[in-house]
Write a protein that binds this ligand. Structure first.
Ligand code: FES
Length: 183
């Protein structure tokens, strides 16, 4: 057990309880098992994947709890989480917008669509709009090149998108969100 999390002192028990609360019982148990491995640090990426699968992103609280339980410096855990692009350190928006920047879409103006989205939403790649509605990401080919340029919002594929259509597209999703909230 991690000294910080297993001491029988009040402080140790308090830390242990905070770690358990931050991650939930199943993850807490999983990390405890990982600690028993020869090199617990080698389990770090697998643990972070599990945390992200459960919570959608890795918050500072999650990262601190993982560091405490695994007995690894917090700076190392934070460094690994921020190094790999597949880890998300902030929650995603309600709708994830994937702009295809593959060759077929790029030559048909994907960059201009991305620019329009960025200016409408006030964000760039990987960021989420301030209202928490949209996250912008880029894809390398969504497999529908015949519809280029392609934007995917949630699981919906939009083909032959033009920059001028962007405001109406965003409004459509905002309306949809309002409708589901009011329903
Ligand atoms: S390059 Fe965009 S869908 Fe293939």
């Amino acid at each position: 057990m991690n000294p910080a999390c297993s001491e029988t002192t009040d402080h140790g028990e308090h830390v242990q309880a905070m770690c358990r609360e931050a991650l939930g019982e199943p993850l807490w148990r999983f990390i405890d098992q990982c600690r028993a491995a020869d090199r617990p640090e080698s389990q770090l990426i697998a643990i972070l994947h599990r945390v992200q699968a459960q919570y959608g992103h890795l918050s500072p609280t999650h990262l601190d709890a993982v560091a405490q339980l695994l007995g690894v410096p917090a700076a190392k855990v934070a460094g690994v989480a921020s190094f790999y692009h597949f880890f998300r350190l902030a929650p995603r928006g309600k709708y994830v917008i994937n702009v295809c920047m593959g060759t077929a879409c790029y030559v048909k103006g994907a960059a201009m669509i991305a620019q329009r989205l960025m200016s409408e939403l006030g964000i760039t790649w990987g960021e989420t709009s301030s209202d928490g509605m949209f996250t912008m990401e880029q894809a390398r080919c969504l497999g529908t090149c015949g519809l280029a340029p392609v934007v995917m919002i949630g699981d919906e594929v939009l083909g032959q998108v033009t920059p001028d259509q962007v405001p109406a597209i965003l409004e459509k999703y905002l309306k949809r969100s309002r409708a589901t909230t009011e329903a």
